[in-house]
Design a protein around this ligand. Structure first.
Ligand SMILES: [Zn+2]
Ligand SMILES: [Zn+2]
Length: 459
């Protein structure tokens, strides 16, 4: 079957249907799942070509709702063409682009339109967009919701780029009033400057120096603000990239008190540990920081207990010079880790050892992430009526992460040389074969996903 062609049916001995893995044939019509037949009921061979994948697992495509594509404006860092090819190669069928690090940032209706124009014709997988909340842009929020953003992100601390300033408490109240009743969601980079923050005085090439400069208390203090706001306004709130396990209790208490609050963590916090980061290895730098081994295990427990809702990549690349690899200075290096292509195998390599099942992978990497951006009526599930977005992969097979097989624009990643478990063989996007064994559809087949307004809102 040729890349880019329409797949009418996929057969496998291991299809994730409902809560079980069993032989099945997925029949696809007009880009959507038409029906799922048990293998013995299937007799459509004559009518159409069947993609028979044998023992490979067929699951809903991954929905990665935290990706920094950086286009327009910082296209030397990443771009829609390369990011979405990397996504397709990793079994990711939907990405949601973050509003910052592109120039302009997605903080006004005009900027959102510019973003969509720039992304047009460059996406190999489907793409939705987050808007941003910055000081003074409150009147842009409702128009952006009407135009189809998935929700908004804000920072409670310096974002790293000048054109996306962080918000004050006062800005937050203003924004919350705009979001109330819209059904939209506000995402928080939950770190806040605290008085105890120690100056970076140690050796800047030691990871511990950087780690000490961003202690757990910065996340705790930020999350206290989020839970208060969430309870007060009853606007959906979401904590992105939780790194510390310490605020989990605070989050749990707020939820029990009725806060519509969700929380994600990332592959790097679940896969890596501070103790193992070599001196000068700034490809490991991100904010909030990767913490210690014990903290990592607490994140896994929280994931198992349902206290953390979903897992994303927070793919955030830059050019190699900004990583300051020559000096290995953690304090000067750009913070951000590239991993979009490797999310599924990274997660599975660690999760399978901890008793997680394929069903958990679908819930944490596809369903919950689709839900967060109100895409759960078309993405993230294998059921009739849903988009025929499929990842076809071998969870038992291993591979080594090699430079030559990385499709991100910049190849620097902390996972280089690592052996991971789970090989993505093919990716199907709305019934079209967009990736198979290292090659892509000849043309980008992804589309923009605009989130319909579900509430009557005044602009
Ligand atoms: Zn962030
Ligand atoms: Zn991010």
């Amino acid at each position: 079957m040729e890349l880019g062609s329409t797949v009418r049916a996929v057969r496998s001995r291991r299809v994730l249907v409902g809560s079980e893995v069993r032989p099945a044939v997925i029949v696809i019509k007009d880009g959507k799942i038409h029906s799922i037949l048990s293998d013995c009921n299937f007799s459509g061979h004559a009518a159409y070509e069947v993609l028979d994948v044998g023992d490979s697992v067929v699951m809903p495509g991954i929905v990665d709702c935290h990706v920094h594509v950086n286009e327009p404006g910082r296209t030397t860092w990443e771009g829609f063409w390369t990011a979405t090819q990397a996504a397709a190669a990793g079994g990711v069928t939907t990405i949601v682009d973050m509003p910052l690090n592109s120039i302009p940032p997605t903080t006004t209706l005009d900027n959102f339109h510019e973003k969509m124009r720039e992304a047009a014709g460059k996406c190999f997988v489907d793409t939705a967009f987050w808007g941003g909340v910055i000081p003074g842009n409150q009147l842009e929020l409702r128009p952006m919701i009407q135009a189809g953003v998935a929700g908004f992100k804000c920072f409670l601390i310096h974002s790293g780029v000048e054109e996306f300033p962080h918000v004050t408490d006062c800005d937050l109240h203003t924004a919350m009033k705009q979001l109330q009743g819209t059904g939209s969601v506000l995402l928080f980079h939950a770190e806040r400057d605290v008085h105890q923050t120690t100056e970076e005085t140690g050796d800047p090439s030691q990871y511990s120096t950087f780690l000490q400069s961003r202690p757990d208390v910065m996340e705790i203090e930020a999350i206290r603000i989020v839970t208060d706001l969430c309870l007060q306004y009853q606007v959906r709130c979401h904590i992105v990239h939780l790194s510390s396990a310490k605020p989990l209790q605070l989050i749990e208490e707020a939820r029990q008190a009725g806060a519509p609050l969700t929380v994600e963590t990332t592959h790097h916090y679940l896969s890596l540990a501070a103790e193992n980061i070599p001196a000068g290895a700034t490809q490991f730098k991100c904010c909030p920081p990767i913490r210690g081994h014990a903290n990592r295990e607490q994140l896994w427990s929280a994931l198992k207990a349902g206290q953390i809702d979903m897992v994303v990549s927070d793919h955030s690349p830059c050019t190699p010079d900004l990583k300051k690899l020559d000096s290995g200075d953690f304090t000067e290096a750009w913070g951000g880790i590239s991993s979009l292509q490797f999310g599924l195998p990274l997660f599975w390599s660690s999760a399978s050892k901890r008793g997680f099942k394929l069903l958990d992978v679908v819930r944490l990497l596809s369903q919950k992430t689709a839900q967060l951006c109100s895409l759960d009526n078309q993405k993230g599930s294998l059921a009739p009526g849903y988009d025929a977005d499929l990842v076809i992969w071998d969870p038992e097979r291993e591979f080594e992460v090699k430079q030559g097989s990385i499709h991100h624009k910049n190849k620097l990643t902390p996972y280089l040389g690592l052996t991971l478990q789970g090989v993505v063989c093919a990716t199907v996007l709305r019934g079209r074969l967009v990736y198979r064994d290292g090659s892509f559809s000849p043309e980008p087949l992804g589309k923009h996903l605009l989130i319909p307004v579900r509430h009557n809102i005044k602009v």
